[in-house]
Design a protein around this ligand. Structure first.
Ligand code: NAI
Ligand code: MG
Length: 489
C-alpha cells in the first residue's frame, strides 16, 4: 500500500478551540476549558471552551433570532445555493478538515478524507432538496379548498457522537438547514474540532450569523442544557441507548420531538448458499472499519453451520492484512477514541475469554504499539446466545460469531435482542433473502452487501436502536411541521 503518511505539520492553521455563536468565535462564559485528546498519542491536542447553560442560552437565542429574521426571509433556492457553496468550500478545504478529524479521533487520513467527501455529498443532496419539499392539497368537496404548508420547526438541537464527528454534524444539520431551520450543535467532548471549524466555514460562505452555532462541552453540562432550552423545538441525537433515554425524557418535559439513533448489535446472516468470498470481503470493513466504532457495524456474524469454518478462515485471512497505527500514518485502522472506550473493549474481551468463547485472532493491543488506544482486529467464535459478546454493543474491532442450523433459528437469534438497527443477509436465493428482509426486526436490511446506501437512503432503528429516520427526504421532514390551511369558498 502506498498511502501517503502525514505529519502534524501538514495541518496548516490553528486548532479551533472556541465556541462559534452568532457568527463569531467566543470563549466560554465561565472562561473554563476542557482538553481534547489525540487518541493515537494520548496527548492533549487543544483546550477547548467548556460550555454550560449560559453558553447554550447565547447560542439558542442567536439561532432563534436568525430563524425569525434573515434565514426565514431567504427563498428555499437561496438557502440551497448557500449549501452548495458550502459543499464546494469544504471540498476545497478537505485536507485540513481531514487532518483535524484524524488528530482528534485517530482515524486514518484516507478515512477522514472519505468522511469529508461524504459530508459534501450530504450537503449537496440536501441543498438540491431545499426547494422541493412540497405540501399537498386535500379534497374536501366543492365548498372548500384545503392544503398543507410545510414550515421549519424552528431552532434545532444536534447532539453528536465522536465516531464520525463531522459526518454526524452534517447528517442532521444539512437537512435542518434545507428545511429552513437554524441549528445549535453540541459535538462530543472527545471530538469538537471539526464541528467548530465547520461553523466557521458556514459563516465564511455567507450563512447569516446565528444560523449554525456550535457550543463545545460535556453532555451533562452543555448537552443537557441544550435539550432543556425552551426555545429549542427539535432534537436530534446519535449515541448510546442510555443517553438517548435520558435525552428523550428531558425532551418530553418540553414536548419536543426527538430523533434518536442509538446503535445496534447488527447480525450479518450468512446462509450456506452465499457467495463466501463476497461475504468475507464485506465482513472486514463491516466489523473492523473505523475500528468497529460504527453504529451499523456487522458486529454479530450468524453463520450457517456448514460454511462457518470456511467463512471464518477467509475473514481471518483478510483481517490479518489490516494495518493498525496512528491516524497520521494512514494505515487501515486507527485507535479507539478514548481510554474509557479502550477499557470498555478490554472488559468485553476478558468476559468473552472467561465464558469459553474462542479467540481466533487478535484479542488485545498490537505488540508494536505502546501508546494510544489501540486494539488489534479480533475474531471470537464459539459464542453462545447468552454471552455478553453476543448481546451487547462492544464498539470496537471485535467480530463475534455464532453458528445456526436453520433459517428459522437465524431469524430468532437476529431478532432476539433489544437492538434493531441493521440486519444483513448473504444468500444467492433472492426469494429466501427477501423473506428474511420481511421477517427481520430492523430499520435497514442489507442483502449481499454491507453499508449499502448513502445520503439518499433513510436510516434509523426500531426497538432500542432508536426513533425516527435520518437521511433521504424523511431526514428533511424531521425539521418540517405541517400546517393545514382550510378555506370555505
Ligand atoms: P454518549 O451517548 O453518552 O454521547 C454522545 C453525545 O451525547 C455526546 O455529545 C455527549 O456529550 C452527549 N451527552 C451525554 N450525556 C448527555 C445528556 N445527559 N444530555 C445531553 N447530551 C448528552 O456516548 P459515549 O459515552 O461517548 O459512548 C458510550 C457508548 O455509546 C459507546 O461505547 C457506544 O457503544 C455507544 N455509542 C454509539 C454511537 C452510535 O453511533 N450509535 C456513537 C457513540 C457512542
Ligand atoms: Mg479528541
Amino acid at each position: 500500500m502506498s498511502d501517503r503518511r502525514y505529519s502534524r505539520a501538514d495541518l496548516k492553521g490553528e486548532l479551533p478551540d472556541a465556541h462559534f455563536i452568532d457568527g463569531a468565535r467566543c470563549k466560554a462564559v465561565s472562561r473554563e476549558t476542557f482538553p481534547t485528546i489525540d487518541p493515537s498519542t494520548e496527548e492533549t491536542l487543544a483546550s477547548v471552551a467548556r460550555g454550560r447553560d449560559g453558553d447554550i442560552d447565547l447560542a439558542v437565542r442567536a439561532a432563534d433570532h436568525a430563524q425569525r429574521g434573515e434565514w426565514r426571509n431567504m427563498t428555499p433556492a437561496e438557502r440551497g445555493r448557500l449549501m452548495f457553496k458550502l459543499a464546494d468550500a469544504l471540498e476545497a478545504d478537505a485536507e485540513r478538515f481531514a487532518l483535524l478529524e484524524t488528530l482528534d479521533v485517530g482515524k486514518p487520513v484516507k478515512e477522514s478524507l472519505g468522511d469529508v467527501r461524504g459530508v459534501c455529498a450530504t450537503l449537496r443532496y440536501n441543498a438540491g432538496a431545499a426547494d422541493k419539499m412540497e405540501g399537498s392539497t386535500i379534497p374536501l368537496g366543492p365548498s372548500f379548498i384545503d392544503f398543507t404548508m410545510l414550515e421549519p420547526v424552528g431552532v434545532t438541537a444536534h447532539i453528536v457522537p465522536w465516531n464520525y464527528p463531522l459526518g454526524m454534524v452534517a447528517r442532521s444539520v444539512a437537512p435542518a438547514l434545507a428545511a429552513g431551520c437554524t441549528a445549535v450543535v453540541k459535538p462530543a467532548e472527545q471530538s469538537p474540532l471539526t464541528a467548530l471549524a465547520f461553523a466557521e466555514l458556514c459563516h465564511s460562505c455567507g450563512f447569516p450569523p446565528g444560523v449554525v452555532n456550535v457550543v463545545a462541552g460535556y453532555g451533562e453540562e452543555a448537552g443537557a442544557a441544550l435539550v432543556a432550552h425552551p426555545l429549542v423545538r427539535g432534537i436530534t441525537f446519535t449515541g448510546s441507548v442510555a443517553t438517548g433515554r435520558k435525552i428523550y425524557m428531558n425532551a418530553a418535559q418540553g414536548l419536543k420531538p426527538a430523533v434518536l439513533e442509538l446503535g445496534g448489535k447488527n447480525p450479518m446472516i450468512v446462509l450456506e448458499d452465499a457467495d463466501l468470498e463476497r461475504a468475507a470481503f464485506d465482513a472486514v470493513d463491516g466489523a473492523f472499519g473505523n475500528s468497529g466504532q460504527v453504529c451499523s457495524s456487522s458486529s454479530r456474524f450468524l453463520l450457517q453451520r456448514s460454511i462457518a469454518e470456511e467463512f471464518l478462515g477467509r475473514l481471518a485471512a483478510n483481517a490479518k492484512k489490516l494495518g493498525v497505527g496512528p491516524g497520521l500514518d494512514n494505515l487501515d485502522l486507527g485507535p479507539l477514541i478514548s481510554q474509557q472506550q479502550y477499557d470498555k473493549v478490554q472488559t468485553y474481551l476478558a468476559a468473552g475469554r472467561s465464558s469459553g468463547a474462542r479467540v481466533r485472532l487478535g484479542g488485545g493491543r498490537p505488540p508494536s504499539l505502546e501508546r494510544g488506544y489501540f486494539v488489534a482486529p479480533t475474531i471470537i467464535d464459539q459464542v453462545d446466545a447468552g454471552n455478553v459478546l453476543a448481546r451487547e454493543e462492544v464498539f470496537g474491532p471485535v467480530a463475534v460469531a455464532q453458528v445456526f442450523d436453520s433459517v428459522a433459528e437465524a431469524t430468532q437469534l437476529a431478532n432476539g435482542l433489544g437492538y434493531g438497527l441493521v440486519s444483513g443477509v448473504y444468500s444467492q436465493d433472492i426469494s429466501q433473502a427477501l423473506k428474511l428482509a420481511r421477517d427481520l426486526e430492523a430499520g435497514s436490511v442489507w442483502i449481499n452487501g454491507w453499508f449499502i446506501g448513502g445520503v439518499q437512503a433513510p436510516t434509523g432503528g426500531v426497538k432500542d436502536s432508536g426513533i425516527g429516520r435520518e437521511r433521504g427526504l424523511p431526514g428533511i421532514r424531521n425539521y418540517l411541521s405541517i400546517k393545514n390551511v382550510g378555506i370555505r369558498l
